[in-house]
Write a protein that binds this ligand. Structure first.
Ligand SMILES: *[C@@H]1O[C@H](CO)[C@@H](O)[C@H](O)[C@H]1NC(C)=O
Ligand SMILES: *[C@@H]1O[C@H](CO)[C@@H](O)[C@H](O)[C@H]1NC(C)=O
Ligand SMILES: *[C@@H]1O[C@H](CO)[C@@H](O)[C@H](O)[C@H]1NC(C)=O
Ligand SMILES: *[C@@H]1O[C@H](CO)[C@@H](O)[C@H](O)[C@H]1NC(C)=O
Ligand SMILES: *[C@@H]1O[C@H](CO)[C@@H](O)[C@H](O)[C@H]1NC(C)=O
Ligand SMILES: *[C@@H]1O[C@H](CO)[C@@H](O)[C@H](O)[C@H]1NC(C)=O
Ligand SMILES: *[C@@H]1O[C@H](CO)[C@@H](O)[C@H](O)[C@H]1NC(C)=O
Length: 466
């Protein structure tokens, strides 16, 4: 009976098996069989056949098949069920009693399980009587799939060009090279710290472009300018320490002191790689060419996330007309309310993100806030500074970019400073100043101080912590 099968099958095999894998199958069925049993849980495929000989033939043709159950129960088609199995009875517990079935198996070189690393073993192939199909992406090759593929020398790794590749068994690791930062498949130049400046621009309008101002610095190539505001593409996800310093106000030539001083606000913030942070660096208020005895307010410095969410804002100082000593009202405030200045009628400047006021005799313009413009003359000079959301332009005349209020010509009132809320414009008094702008800080580890920046433009310093 068995020799008949074998002859029949060999004859058919030679005509049927294509030379696909370059090796023929030599599966040897043994005399071992179990009547009224079937092997469960290892069936690759169940087919219907006319007789047991065809069940065995199909087992030859199925590369993963090493045994079968042939069940002599007539199906609707008039044929019989044939389970092609990928295991032999090394799994004894799976051989279960089942009437009318017969279990038969071939010599199974895969029972020894020589294929490693999740490879599929197929019995009856090659002169070892089995072959291993290495698992896709396992990182191993060779007859038994136990030979590590060196992806690093192989060129099949996915490390960034600025990463080092380290081979590991079955895989590899990528680490960014010195001076670069990232997860290994994506490495960008490491960002440590960068100073955002006024980009060489002064007076009421912001810069037009970065030019070569940041060449050779950590933020080189990460900044574009839109309407005077610098758009910074965050290089790494992580915590950053951000320091914003407001610009100082302008001062008349007869003034013994410089203009009101800007605030310095520092805090830590979590930023996400590729998010855009908008940075407006405040510019100094300036005295007039003809109106030399008064000055415009200084601009605030603003650091703002995505959809106009303020992170940190440092107020600018007020313009000074003719003062012989410092007065706190001329400097920026570290709270959100702007200052009233000195010798002006009103008690406080703008609050809650609004612009500063302008009252009294021939006043300078109020400083702009985050949300709104400073008050001021509707024509000529003494105009309010624009709010951040309104573009931040300094008021005419000579309010600094960042919402500095303009002075009133004829050597009259000085302008208020821009900031989270604007400082008031000064009334036309002999000794007077516009109020400094208010500030805002939504970071952790805050360090805030007023009166830092004397006779300077603002700046923003950003340091990557980790
Ligand atoms: C084996 O198959 C039987 C029935 O076909 C099933 O009840 C049992 O849960 C299976 N065992 C495993 C380990 O899959
Ligand atoms: C084999 O496959 C299992 C399950 O998919 C997986 O957990 C294991 O890591 C794999 N082993 C190897 C060496 O690839
Ligand atoms: C490189 O990988 C390919 C498969 O992606 C493999 O065929 C080849 O043998 C490997 N070479 C080395 C040197 O590991
Ligand atoms: C590596 O980081 C890049 C960019 O952040 C990301 O797109 C990629 O999915 C990351 N890859 C891994 C393996 O984490
Ligand atoms: C400026 O103030 C000084 C006193 O500090 C005064 O002598 C001078 O006249 C003032 N100048 C103007 C233009 O108001
Ligand atoms: C805000 O700071 C100013 C000084 O810049 C101070 O005069 C004022 O009282 C403060 N306001 C609040 C609400 O703390
Ligand atoms: C401050 O930041 C927190 C998130 O960190 C946010 O929920 C909150 O609205 C912010 N506050 C203001 C006033 O923007």
């Amino acid at each position: 009976m068995f020799t008949v099968f074998n002859y029949f099958i060999l004859a058919v095999l030679f005509s049927l098996i294509p030379e696909g894998r370059g090796n023929c199958r030599n599966l040897k069925f043994t005399n071992f069989h179990k009547s009224d049993y079937r092997l469960e849980n290892h069936t690759v495929r169940t087919i219907e056949v006319a007789d047991e000989g065809l069940c065995m033939l199909q087992c030859y043709l199925e590369p993963n098949c090493v045994s079968y159950n042939f069940c002599k129960i007539k199906q609707a088609s008039g044929k019989h069920k044939c389970d092609l199995n990928s295991a032999t009875i090394e799994h004894d517990e799976d051989l279960v009693k089942y009437e009318s079935c017969i279990y038969r198996q071939a010599e199974n070189a895969c029972a020894k399980n020589s294929c490693k690393n999740n490879a599929t073993c197929q019995a009856g192939f090659t002169d070892r009587d089995y072959q291993c199909l290495c698992a896709l992406g396992s990182g191993f090759e060779g007859h038994n799939c136990d030979k590590d593929i060196d992806e690093c020398t192989n060129g099949t790794h996915k490390c960034d060009m600025n990463a080092d590749c380290h081979n590991t068994p079955g895989s590899y690791k990528c680490t960014c090279k010195d001076g670069f930062q990232g997860n290994g498949t994506d490495c960008t130049q490491r960002f440590n710290t960068a100073v955002f400046t006024n980009l060489g621009k002064s007076d009421s309008q912001g810069p037009d472009s970065v030019g070569s101002h940041y060449t050779g610095q950590d933020h080189n190539g990460q900044v574009t300018v839109s309407s005077g505001i610098q758009l910074w593409n965050v290089p790494h996800t992580g915590e950053y320490r951000i320091e914003a310093v407001g610009a100082s106000g302008g001062y008349g030539q007869n003034s013994v002191i410089n203009g009101g001083r800007g605030a310095r606000m520092i805090g830590n913030f979590m930023l996400t790689k590729d998010e855009i942070i908008s940075i407006l660096v405040g510019q100094k208020g300036i005295r007039g060419g003809v109106n030399k005895n008064t000055g415009g307010g200084g601009g605030g410095s603003f650091v703002v996330r995505g959809n106009n969410i303020p992170l940190i804002i440092a107020g600018g100082g007020g313009g000074i007309k003719n003062m012989s000593e410092q007065h706190p009202g001329c400097d920026a405030s570290i709270n959100t309310t702007g200052n009233a200045g000195s010798n002006s009628p009103l008690g406080s400047g703008g609050s809650n993100g609004h612009g500063g006021n302008a009252n009294g005799q021939s006043p300078g313009g109020g400083g702009g806030g985050f949300y709104g413009n400073g008050q001021g003359a509707s024509s000529g000079s003494g105009r309010g500074g624009k709010g951040y959301l309104q573009g931040g332009r300094g008021g005419h005349a000579r309010g600094g970019f960042g919402g500095g209020g303009g002075f009133r010509s004829g050597n009259r009132g000085a302008g208020g400073g821009g900031g989270y809320s604007g400082g008031n414009g000064a009334a036309d008094e002999q000794f007077s100043c516009g109020g400094g702008g208010g500030s805002f800080n939504n970071g952790t580890n805050q360090q805030n101080e007023c009166c830092l920046n004397s006779n300077k433009h603002g700046r923003v310093i950003i340091t990557f912590l980790q």
